[in-house]
Design a protein around this ligand. Sequence first.
Ligand code: UD1
Length: 336
Amino acid sequence: MRKILVTGGLGFIGSHTVVELQNEGFEVVIIDDLSNTSIKVLDSITEITGKKPDFHQIDLRIKNDVKTFFDNNKIDGVIHFAAFKAVGESMHKPLDYYENNLSVLVYLLQEMRNRKLNNFIFSSSCTVYGQVDELPITEKAPVKTAESVYGNTKQIGEEILKDASKAHNINSIALRYFNPIGAHESVKIGELPLGVPQNLIPFITQTAAGIRAELSVFGDDYDTNDGTAIRDYIHVVDLAKAHIAALNRLLNKKNKESFEYFNVGTGKGSSVLEIINAFERVNNLKLNYKIVGRREGDITAAFADTTIANKELNWKTEKSLDDALESAWRWQLEQD
Ligand code: UD1
């Protein structure tokens, strides 16, 4: 059985990916420092899959602990989710973000190089494109100067991975995520935002649940059909499955370059108002919202051209926006 290390495996995307890995018969070992999730997620994964993944609470910034882990575990591939992800916070804590998102990446790759290990999947983001001139966004769109420290960590992360992959024969794939939403259909795992959510869907579900008084729609004067900004919202389970597809590509040596990158989205854009309307319709409720000014740093529109990912990864989305919005709401109702 192939053994896969999943860093950040108890986080939102990580936990859904661990479930899909176990469903596909991979042996999973998780490293998570529990800084932005709960150990309970481990039990939830076990309930869903009937199998408890091996778990290590390790702070990957401690280089020696990374080495010790690799000394004691024989690994066939790494899916690296562990990172900080709050755009606003990254501007106030740049060094923490560079350390956690980039030093750790280097440590992992050094251990892989030292042991001649292969197969590395990296969590990247559509944020590397910024506001593009042409939609949908293909992988050929240029990477623009990052707008945030967080975005910069993803850009530099890809550069590090590209150089290391070439020099040390570590085949790797960066997946550029669009906007992951929703929850596993069992609603035993989902998104667990700490404090006030910054992302749209958790803010919507918390507003519907009465935890937040009102949703603010950031801007209705964008150059879009209804004036609100457009994003490509992908069901987290579909996103999780893209990781299995990418991993299989590497394990089966189907990759064409030592470092590759793919867009992982649905190919369809939705405006904020479309999301609100769909959420109300699917879940049969009314949402309290008001239009306010734009949020600093937001772009008008981003949605993926997934042609290359569909073909090369032999992967496509299977779930709908309605599925995602329905599961997101059921997940919210499960929270105390
Ligand atoms: C943001 C980050 C992106 C990161 C992703 C991680 C920015 C500019 N981008 O994406 O780099 O990879 O989170 O999940 O921060 N909105 C509202 N009201 C709200 C919250 C959001 O109207 O209370 C709108 C936003 O203006 C945006 C859309 O909803 O148009 C989606 O926002 P969000 O969920 O925060 O994702 P992104 O900004 O696309």
